[in-house]
Design a protein around this ligand. Structure first.
Ligand SMILES: Cc1ncc(C[n+]2csc(CCOP(=O)(O)OP(=O)(O)O)c2C)c(N)n1
Ligand SMILES: [Mg+2]
Length: 364
């Protein structure tokens, strides 16, 4: 993909594929016969759809960075380097049926489930036609099956657990999924919700998104409890791990978990290892660079989820022109969405409207 020296992490700017890592990308999937079988049934369009999803996530974030740099907004929360951990799982779900609760790092869940990109961008601008009508930049769309994140990390776990419980009680073959950051695993809400899901055997999937950091606190400063892979067993929950920078592995692991959930076999915890290739948000990029070593950024920088997947697709026979055509389409869509969203600033919400829509009418 086109790289953006002004916005990309420096490790991505002159990104070159490391053959050993490309090989490992493929081996990761082939290592598991179950996952390999699922991936072998993906059509060429499905695979390009995952590619488009990764690009949409990255270009959405680059658009936000452009707005920060030009003073349109003051800051933005990005998912750079972690796109596969969001896009893979979402594509494994059934649109219009399953429910997800993204955290701020998983905004791409919205567009991948069909929410217009312009609405996602409007949320940042706080315009009157933004999803929450200017109240909150956390973005979701219930009609697309995406809950708006609660700012308090960990709190989506009991919410998703409750939704999954209704699926179970109604006998619906639907799945509810949320992501839980390494930091969020330390909250009481995440623990209570996870345990409840386990004992009630609800069709919920919890993706532990270990990006090695919580705001400015490194994993080793907040986590002494060993490998996250050991956690699901302590809840008695089925588990699997996936490579958080490998969109096919993420997709296949989640698809297996959804099959279990739909069969009534209870919840799943998926452990994803990845890395935040920047700050918590755009305001603390420098602090992030001081939090981790140059070597660590270099190591993860070589594992750009988009670069590696492009190499895989080329090995599969997709031509550079085919990939460029997908990229051109996604680029045009993001640019158009940004123009539409900026035009919405003509209609900012009236101050007094902050009082409205707080309580449901008639107590409902
Ligand atoms: C309960 C709670 N405590 C603190 C915060 C402030 N806060 C926002 S994001 C964040 C870091 C969360 O880290 P993690 O769960 O690892 O997610 P990441 O940002 O790395 O994706 C913190 C501490 C919050 N939103 N909610
Ligand atoms: Mg984290």
């Amino acid at each position: 993909m086109k790289r953006f020296p002004a916005f990309d992490p420096p490790e991505y700017v002159d990104w070159k594929a490391d053959p050993a890592l490309v090989r490992r990308f493929r081996e990761t999937i082939e290592h598991s016969p179950e996952r390999a079988a699922l991936v072998s049934r993906l059509s060429s369009d499905d695979k390009l759809g995952l590619y488009a999803g990764l690009l949409r996530a990255r270009l959405h974030d680059i658009q936000l960075q452009r707005w920060v740099r030009t003073g349109v907004i003051s800051k933005a929360w990005l998912g750079t380097g972690e796109e596969a951990t969001t896009v893979g799982p979402v594509h494994a779900l059934e649109r219009g049926k399953d429910i997800v609760a993204p955290m701020i790092r998983n905004a791409a869940a919205c567009c991948e489930l069909g929410m217009p990109l312009a609405d996602m961008l409007r949320a940042y601008l706080g315009s009157d036609d933004a999803p929450s009508r200017g109240r909150d930049l956390h973005v979701g769309s219930f009609s697309h099956g995406v809950l708006q994140p609660i700012s308090h990390v960990g709190d989506m776990v009991p919410v998703i657990c409750g939704i999954a419980l209704t699926f179970k009680m109604k006998g619906e073959r639907r799945v509810a999924l949320t992501w839980v950051g390494d930091g969020a695993t330390k909250t009481a809400a995440a623990h209570e919700g996870t345990n409840f899901a386990a004992v009630q055997r609800v069709p919920a999937i919890f993706v532990i998104q270990n990006n090695q950091v919580a705001l400015g606190t490194r994993l080793d400063q907040h986590h002494l409890a060993g490998n996250f892979k050991d956690w699901p067993a302590s809840y008695g929950m089925w588990r699997a791990a996936f490579d958080g920078n490998n969109v096919l592995d993420a997709w296949a692991a989640t698809r297996l978990a959804t099959e279990r959930c739909r069969e009534g076999e209870g919840p799943a915890m998926l452990i994803a290892e990845t890395f935040r290739m920047g700050g918590h948000a755009t305001h603390d990029e420098r602090e992030a660079r001081e939090t981790f070593s140059v070597e660590l950024f270099n190591t993860w920088g070589k594992r750009d989820p988009i670069g590696l997947y492009e190499e895989y697709l080329k090995e599969e026979g997709r031509t550079a022109q085919q990939l460029e055509a997908v990229e051109a389409e996604v680029t045009a869509a993001v640019e158009q969405a940004a123009e539409q969203a900026v035009a919405s600033r003509e209609t900012m919400p009236a101050g007094e409207s902050a009082r409205f829509g707080v309580y449901a009418r008639n107590g409902r």
